[in-house]
Ligand binder design. Structure first.
Ligand SMILES: Cc1cc2nc3c(=O)[nH]c(=O)nc-3n(C[C@H](O)[C@H](O)[C@H](O)COP(=O)(O)O)c2cc1C
Length: 199
């Protein structure tokens, strides 16, 4: 297989990036549990440092669970979240390094982190954010749309959904089939020459 054969076609690149939008309105079309599991089984392969995999996920879907989330949302995020088929709480486990003997067995990586809170925090946020991005791109690859949100009370969501764990919430992401009706014009992106250098 030549390397060129691994380049995705234009349609796939549109689906993942160029035509994909951030949605705040949703079609009345459910997302099955099987698809949510397929989403995880795809995104989990994205790389993290020393395979540390700090992200933890809760998919909030039932009316009861949505009501628990609602009081912690910023006003502008309430309706889009209450109507989304699934809302992923994307969180970082601050004890991620406990699992390193299993996830990165060829060296004693757990010792790199024990007692080093700054390194734990940096590693969790860097890699948990990468995993959140992998989740969104994997969702698009499976024909889903996303609506990521940082407008919510982190401590409130952590206490409500992860009461006994050393968890920091990173962001929320609505998942479903987007309704393009209320999309505004797409914002521009920087051009290559504005923000990139090849040295
Ligand atoms: C981490 C993150 C947090 C965001 N927080 C919010 C939010 O709280 N509420 C909201 O309506 N949109 C939120 N957005 C949506 C962004 O404004 C949107 O993704 C961006 O403008 C790009 O839009 P496009 O994908 O349609 O080009 C967030 C996006 C990201 C990635």
């Amino acid at each position: 297989m030549s390397d060129d054969s691994r380049i995705l076609d234009d349609e796939a690149l549109d689906t993942l990036f160029r035509e994909a939008r951030t949605y705040s309105g949703w079609q009345d079309r459910p997302v099955s549990g099987v698809l949510i599991q397929a989403l995880y089984d795809l995104m989990k392969w994205g790389p993290t440092s020393a395979n540390c995999s700090p992200m933890r996920l809760i998919f909030v879907e039932s009316q009861g669970a949505k009501e628990r989330l609602k009081p912690h949302l910023m006003e502008g995020n309430v309706e889009q979240t209450m109507t989304a088929p699934s809302t992923a709480i994307i969180a970082n486990d601050k004890k991620f390094y406990e699992h390193m003997p299993r996830l990165f067995p060829h060296t004693h990586a757990k010792a790199w982190f024990e007692g080093k809170q700054g390194m734990i925090d940096d590693t969790a946020m860097r890699n948990g954010s990468l995993q959140g991005a992998y989740l969104m791109i994997a969702a698009r690859a499976l024909g889903l749309d996303c609506g990521p949100m940082s407008g919510f009370n982190k401590k409130g969501v952590a206490t409500e959904f992860f009461p006994d764990e050393d968890i920091e919430i990173n962001f929320l992401c609505n998942i479903g089939y987007g309704d393009p009706a209320n999309l505004h014009e797409r914002g521009p992106r920087f051009e290559f020459d504005e923000i990139c250098k090849i040295l």
